[in-house]
Design a protein around this ligand. Structure first.
Ligand SMILES: Cc1cc2nc3c(=O)[nH]c(=O)nc-3n(C[C@H](O)[C@H](O)[C@H](O)COP(=O)(O)OP(=O)(O)OC[C@H]3O[C@@H](n4cnc5c(N)ncnc54)[C@H](O)[C@@H]3O)c2cc1C
Length: 406
C-alpha cells in the first residue's frame, strides 16, 4: 500500500484526494494546505465573495475529509522536499515520509516592481479577499493596475459595491492575450456603461503614499490619486519547493503528458505546472484555469492508479463581469484568423482557425449562459482537429452539431 501526499489544499489538490479515494486508492492520503481554511473554490473570490460577502463554496468539509480518511493538515506549510529520503519537512520542522507526492501549489499574484509597489494590494486567496473587502466602501476610489480577467472582475465587483473605479492598462487594449479584439470591445463597453474608467496605453512611473490614499505617477507626467491601489497583473506559478528539490522547471513545474515531473514519484497539477499539449504540437504551456486544474487532477488520479492517461483536455475559461459572462475555449493567441458567427439573437461567437483551417479557439460574451452551448460545441470541434469550412462556421443557420457529425 503506497501513500500519497499532496502539497496544496485547493482546487486541483483536493479534487485529486477525493477522486483517488472514490476510485479505491488503498494507501494513506495526506493533504497539506498552508491556508488556515478548509479547501474552498477560488473563482468566487473576485465575484460573489466581494459583492455579496458570501463565503466561497467549500470543496470538501473537514468532516467529509475525515470520513473519507483523508488526513488533512490545515495551516501547515511544506518547507522542503527531500527526494532522496522521500520525506517532507514542514515549516514547524516536523518530517513526513511519502511514497508518491503530488504538487499542487498553485500560483501567486505577480507583483509590480515600480517604486512604491509595496502600497499595492493583490488578491489571490480568501484572507486577501476578506482584507480587500473590508476596505471597499461607497465612494472610495479604487485604482486597478491591469485589465486582465482578474483585474476586470475586481473592477466590476468594486463598482457593484459603489466604489469609483479606474483601471490602468499598459497594453493598447484590455484582455490582450486572452480574447479576440471584438470580445474585448464588448467587455470594455459594458465597463464604461457601468461607470468604470478604463485607460489603456498607460505606463506607471511610481506610487506614492499620501496622508490618506495614494498617488500614481504615470510616465507621461500625469498623476492619478485614489484611496486604494490593487494590482491584477497575472500570476506566477509557485515553483520554489520544486526548484529547490531539483525538479525540472520550465515556466512552471515541468510535467510530461501524464502529469509526472522529472522525478517519477512526483506529479504536479494545476496552476503550478507547465505541460505539453497534444492538440498544439506538444507546445508547452502553463494555464491558470479552474477547469484545467480539475482535468489535470483527474488525469493524475488515473496515472497514480496505474492507468496510462495523457492529458489532452481542451482548455476552457470563463469570467463573469457585471451581467456578462465571457467564455473562451482553447487559446485565441494560437489563431491565425478569426471567423465571426453572429446568431439570430445578435450574440457573436468568434472562431479562431490556424494555418491549416483547423479550429483552435472559440470565444464569446453575452448575458448569463447565452454562449455556453456554442462554446461547448466548439470545444468538441476543436478536439476533433478536423479542417473546417469558414463559410459553414460563420453561417448561423447551420447547426454546429451538424459540423460535429459531418
Ligand atoms: C480570484 C480568482 C478568481 C478566479 N476566477 C476564475 C474564473 O472565473 N475562471 C477560471 O477558469 N479560473 C479562475 N481562477 C483560476 C482558478 O481558481 C485556478 O486555476 C485554480 O484555483 C487552480 O487550482 P490549483 O489547485 O492549481 O491552485 P490554487 O487554487 O492556487 O491552490 C494552491 C494551494 O496550495 C497552497 N500552497 C502553496 N504552497 C504551499 C506549501 N508550500 N505548503 C502548503 N500549501 C501550499 C496555496 O496556499 C493554495 O491554497 C481564479 C483564480 C483566482 C485567484
Amino acid at each position: 500500500m503506497e501513500s500519497l501526499t499532496i502539497i496544496g489544499a485547493s482546487e486541483a489538490d483536493t479534487r485529486t484526494a477525493l477522486h483517488l479515494q472514490e476510485r479505491g486508492w488503498d494507501g494513506e492520503i495526506v493533504l497539506i494546505g498552508q491556508e488556515p481554511h478548509t479547501p474552498y473554490e477560488h473563482p468566487p473570490l473576485s465575484k460573489a465573495v466581494l459583492t455579496e460577502g458570501n463565503s466561497p463554496p467549500l470543496l470538501s468539509s473537514a468532516e467529509q475529509l475525515q470520513e473519507l480518511q483523508i488526513r488533512f493538515l490545515q495551516g501547515s506549510q511544506v518547507a522542503e522536499i527531500d527526494r532522496q529520503s522521500h520525506r517532507l519537512r514542514l515549516q514547524n520542522n516536523e518530517f513526513l515520509p511519502y511514497d508518491k507526492l503530488l504538487l499542487a501549489t498553485g500560483a501567486s499574484a505577480r507583483r509590480l516592481t515600480c517604486t512604491g509597489s509595496e502600497h499595492t494590494l493583490v488578491l489571490r486567496n480568501l484572507d486577501e479577499t476578506l482584507a480587500f473587502r473590508s476596505l471597499l466602501a461607497t465612494g472610495k476610489h479604487l485604482i486597478l493596475i491591469g485589465a486582465g480577467f482578474i483585474g476586470l472582475e475586481l473592477a466590476a465587483s468594486a463598482r457593484k459595491v459603489g466604489c469609483q473605479v479606474t483601471v490602468l492598462e499598459i497594453a493598447p487594449r484590455i484582455l490582450g492575450r486572452a480574447v479576440p479584439a471584438e470580445v474585448a470591445e464588448v467587455v470594455a463597453s459594458e465597463h464604461k456603461q457601468q461607470g468604470v474608467e478604463i485607460r489603456c496605453d498607460v505606463k506607471l512611473d511610481q506610487i506614492q503614499a499620501l496622508k490618506s490614499g495614494y498617488t500614481i505617477e504615470l510616465k507621461n507626467v500625469e498623476s492619478i490619486s485614489g484611496d486604494l491601489v490593487v494590482a491584477g497583473i497575472s500570476a506566477v506559478p509557485e515553483v520554489a519547493l520544486a526548484e529547490a528539490a531539483g525538479l525540472d522547471i520550465e515556466n512552471g513545474v515541468s510535467v510530461n503528458a501524464f502529469q509526472q515531473t522529472s522525478d517519477p514519484d512526483i506529479y504536479a497539477v494545476g496552476d503550478c505546472c507547465s505541460f505539453p499539449h497534444p492538440l498544439y504540437e506538444q507546445q508547452r504551456m502553463s494555464l491558470e484555469m479552474w477547469r484545467c486544474a480539475r482535468d489535470q487532477a483527474e488525469c493524475a488520479v488515473q496515472n497514480l492508479l496505474g492507468e496510462t492517461k495523457e492529458f489532452s483536455a481542451v482548455p476552457w475559461f470563463w469570467s463573469d463581469q457585471f451581467e456578462l459572462s465571457l467564455q473562451v475555449a482553447w487559446l485565441p493567441s494560437f489563431a491565425k484568423r478569426v471567423i465571426p458567427r453572429t446568431r439570430l439573437d445578435g450574440v457573436t461567437i468568434y472562431f479562431g482557425l490556424n494555418d491549416q483551417e483547423k479550429l483552435v479557439s472559440a470565444a464569446g460574451v453575452g448575458a448569463g449562459n447565452s454562449v455556453t452551448k456554442d462554446i461547448r460545441l466548439a470545444e468538441m470541434l476543436i478536439a476533433t482537429q478536423k479542417t473546417m469550412n469558414p463559410a459553414e462556421l460563420s453561417d448561423p443557420n447551420l447547426n454546429l452539431k451538424k459540423l460535429l457529425k459531418s
